[in-house]
Ligand binder design. Structure first.
Ligand code: HEC
Ligand code: HEC
Ligand code: HEC
Ligand code: HEC
Ligand code: HEC
Length: 292
């Protein structure tokens, strides 16, 4: 009787220590709860100077998943609970035995693709190309996540721009870099695959002078993009985000920034286009969430 009670106690204190070690979730807006200090075992681990959420449920409904808190969230705050999204986790082989190294999709044999198969999140935040061209954050794509709302407009608390059963809005994120190339408005004789040889695979032949105010948004490294694109076959870099990895058959209606020497008459296809990038992406207009 006594012995089993002791065994129970020691197991319990091990559990408490483990829970504390695991519960280093960082969140500035959760209700302030102070974790009871363990009386028996090891000292509390050096957790960040924030409180851990009261429960899994509380974490799921943490204000950080909702507007307005999510707009100011840093990657570090999200990663305190979601570190797994950036861990390399691609299988070496499919369950049927096909090695990942041999299962290359069409877009994975382009000149800009490097390295082994990697996860979706890592391809946008961690790969060499991603880091060179982009400066994405969790909130570039994730604008809110209500576990009760998988459809838009179905309740009074709905924040209104969720695409059905999606956690991000593809029309305002993915489509920007994964839409079709709008070659018709460029006066190109045909799709880029057919016209690129004529233009030496160099978009800058025209774009050194046309639509020159571009990529002034906080999730792109505009300088690095232009430098890479000026190298031989630099068209592959530009095309990579403007048709080369097109998951959609439509194209994104980009803002049309004024450029020196532009014709003041707006062509029909461009009527109604904004002339500035979305406010939330203009670096100085939004709270500077730090990069992890
Ligand atoms: C306090 C811990 C915590 C923080 C901080 C946090 N999350 Fe979560 N998140 C959770 C939990 C718990 C869930 C519920 C997971 C589930 O039920 O599958 C969740 C769910 C999600 C989901 C939906 C996952 C799914 O499968 O339904 C997304 C997307 C998400 N979080 C993104 C974020 C982003 C982006 C941030 C930063 C702005 C963030 N989270 C911050 C704990 C957290
Ligand atoms: C390029 C856009 C993009 C970025 C940047 C991004 N995510 Fe996601 N995330 C997605 C998409 C798309 C999904 C899948 C959504 C769905 O199934 O509806 C997703 C899913 C998730 C999920 C659900 C679990 C999973 O792995 O599917 C979590 C949690 C999450 N993201 C957290 C984060 C965190 C934390 C960051 C920053 C470190 C981040 N995301 C950055 C687009 C992005
Ligand atoms: C700002 C531009 C940008 C946005 C926005 C963007 N992507 Fe990407 N995406 C890229 C780039 C660049 C790569 C290539 C990364 C590499 O090769 O390492 C890529 C690669 C991919 C890949 C290929 C991954 C692989 O392993 O081969 C998929 C799938 C993808 N993106 C889906 C999405 C989805 C879905 C969204 C919206 C949630 C999205 N992307 C938003 C730029 C973007
Ligand atoms: C023959 C010259 C020419 C070449 C080559 C060219 N473009 Fe264009 N591009 C244009 C013109 C002209 C416009 C429309 C200008 C305007 O807004 O009136 C344009 C517009 C665009 C737009 C904005 C489209 C929209 O819907 O707002 C993007 C993005 C773009 N080009 C990317 C590229 C990329 C990437 C390449 C190389 C793969 C490329 N262009 C090659 C001439 C060219
Ligand atoms: C990493 C992905 C990426 C690469 C590489 C890239 N672009 Fe873009 N481009 C974008 C995104 C995203 C936008 C929309 C930005 C915004 O909302 O202002 C954009 C916008 C544009 C526009 C519209 C400009 C305007 O008037 O606002 C043009 C033109 C353009 N890109 C041409 C190019 C050319 C030429 C290259 C190569 C030098 C290139 N892009 C490389 C992602 C990319």
């Amino acid at each position: 009787m006594n012995a089993s009670w002791l065994r129970y106690l020691s197991r319990l204190s091990a559990l408490v220590a483990m829970a504390l070690a695991l519960g280093a979730c960082q969140d500035s807006s959760a209700p302030a709860t102070t974790a009871a200090a363990p009386t028996t075992s090891a000292p509390a681990p050096a957790a960040p100077a924030t409180v851990k959420p009261a429960s899994y449920h509380a974490a799921k409904y943490d204000p950080i998943h909702f507007k307005p808190a999510i707009d100011k969230a840093t990657d570090q705050q999200c990663l305190a609970c979601h570190a797994e999204v950036l861990k390399p986790s691609v299988r070496k082989a499919s369950p049927a035995g096909v090695p990942a190294s041999e299962a290359k999709a069409w877009y994975q044999v382009t000149s800009t693709y490097q390295g082994e198969q990697d996860t979706f999140h890592r391809r946008h935040l961690e790969t060499a190309l991603a880091k060179q061209l982009m400066n994405m954050r969790c909130t570039t794509c994730h604008e809110g996540n209500d576990p009760r709302e998988e459809a838009t407009g179905s309740s009074a608390t709905d924040f209104g721009h969720q695409t059905l059963r999606k956690m991000v809005n593809p029309e305002t994120t993915c489509l920007k870099c994964h839409g079709k190339m709008n070659f018709e408005v460029m006066g190109l004789p045909g799709p880029w695959e057919q016209s690129k040889a004529t233009f030496q695979n160099n978009c800058l032949l025209c774009h050194a002078n046309i639509r020159t105010t571009r990529h002034q948004v906080n999730y792109l490294n505009s300088k690095a993009i232009e430098e890479l694109a000026a190298k031989p076959n630099g068209g592959d870099v530009c095309f990579g985000c403007h048709g080369g990895r097109a998951w959609y058959r439509t194209h994104y209606p980009y803002p049309r920034h004024a450029w020196p020497g532009m014709d003041p008459a707006v062509p029909d296809w461009a009527k109604g286009r904004p002339t500035e990038s979305e406010v939330r992406f203009i670096a100085n207009a939004v709270a500077p969430g730090e990069k992890k």
